[in-house]
Design a protein around this ligand. Sequence first.
Ligand code: MN
Length: 250
Amino acid sequence: MALSTYRKKRDFTRTPEPAGVEGRRVTTRGFVVQRHRARRLHYDFRLELDGVLVSWAVPKGPTLDAKARRGAYHVEDHPLGYAGFEGVIPAGQYGGGDVIVWDNGTGEPRETNDPAASLAAGELHFDLYGVKLRGRFALIRTKGDDWLLLHKNDEHAVAGWNAEDHPLSVLSGRTNDDVRAGRFPAVSQDSLSALDVLGHGGIWEVFGRPLRVTNLDKILFPGRDGEEPITKREFLRYTAQLAPTLVPYL
Ligand code: MN
């Protein structure tokens, strides 16, 4: 098969074209927020739309506080592949500094069948289903490339919620300082204790993100010669403790 045919096929499988107005994608499949310590700290807020990440720089970061309005500066689109970027951009390069994936998840535009047209008109409402960001948000253009990002007053709104109080990467549990230092922090004692008190399963908060775990008392390795058997809970505890050492080699 010719490479070009293969590529076409791959592209098709990766981004199926949903039913939409004039073939335009009508759903926002995902979003990502990166905490970026460049010359000035900001959060890059990116919505997937029409195969790119439409992007805003938000100096104070997004918030769940329905009374707050965050200034957001519209910047250039980024390729979808950038959504997983976490690392250090060398000093002297554009955007030099450290970047973590501060939040990500899926999203859905609301009150519109054509989010691209809504953005062009300067107002888009959408729901986010992230690790940190949940509920109804709006982006509203005030002037030129200046926008406001705000959270509606819904059941996910939290008064006084500040992005800076939630500093861990949802990909790796690292802070910007960890990323800059090339450091992978040890799993916290709180995480290990939380695993111990979970029953047969549930949501385990580990490395900054919730992980659904099941059948924790299942025996994975039977004990030999009078040794205790190893349960899934013990195996998870062991891998979490090992991860900071192993991950840098992957
Ligand atoms: Mn940036």
